[in-house]
Design a protein around this ligand. Structure first.
Ligand code: IMP
Ligand code: MG
Length: 207
């Protein structure tokens, strides 16, 4: 059953841009980790994640050549993605942080709380929002509203991961590392009730 589930997950994962040498984590299908009451199995290995980060950085470097974008990192989940992404960005840029919350346990709660606010002057800036994952899209809708109200010149979204089956909004996400099925994952910044953010690979909940 576990093997069948694994095969289903691997078949469902789609890359937005096909890249040769893409490697899924399949060497250790029997491995699992326990976080609180949930068990997680391997999903995306760190080298696969870093290739996705580099693809996003490459495109941003091309699109923002000669500009001075402001990267707005959505805490907490995007902290590792942002740290790796920023080290691959060539252009003159600034980095700022915002903290919102809509998730409790393993599902999006819909209602958005702003825990750390925007304190940069956003007027006239070219902003790139850095998100670990876009799921329902509630977070980016909330941010999009704030950023347009603040009169940003342009707003783009960079998400390491995107769950197209969960996404119900119209906002375009310009930079997506990988599209994944509607499963709950942890690692590389993503958490389950605060646990698992430090994991270098990404793990999926065992159903
Ligand atoms: P959204 O507002 O539903 O798009 O979700 C936004 C936030 O929920 C993301 O930035 C993540 O921090 C969190 N999130 C979404 N899916 C997952 C997941 O599978 N695991 C852990 N956190 C998630
Ligand atoms: Mg997030």
């Amino acid at each position: 059953m576990e093997v069948l589930n694994k095969i289903r997950i691997l078949m469902e994962i789609r890359l937005l841009h096909s890249v040769s040498g893409f490697r899924y984590l399949c060497a250790s299908t029997m491995e699992s980790i326990q976080l609180g009451d949930k068990t997680f199995i391997p999903y995306l290995q760190d080298d696969v994640i870093h290739e996705a980060v580099q693809r996003i950085a490459h495109r941003i470097n091309e699109d923002y050549a000669g500009k001075k974008p402001l990267f707005l990192v959505v805490l907490n989940g995007a902290f590792l993605f942002a740290a790796d992404l920023m080290r691959c960005i060539n252009s003159d840029c600034k980095v700022s942080f915002v903290k919102l919350a809509s998730y409790e346990g393993t599902s999006s709660m819909g209602q958005m709380k702003q825990l750390i606010g925007l304190n940069e002057d956003l007027k006239g800036r070219d902003i790139i929002v850095v998100e670990d994952i876009v799921d329902s899209g509630n977070t980016i809708v909330h941010l999009d509203h704030l950023l347009h109200e603040a009169q940003a010149n342009s707003v783009a979204y960079a998400a390491l991961l995107f769950k197209p089956k969960a996404y119900s909004k119209d906002i375009r996400i310009q930079y997506v590392g990988m599209e994944i099925p509607n499963d709950f994952i942890v690692g590389y910044g993503l958490d389950y009730d605060g646990m698992g953010r430090n994991l270098k690979d990404i793990w999926v909940i065992k159903s």
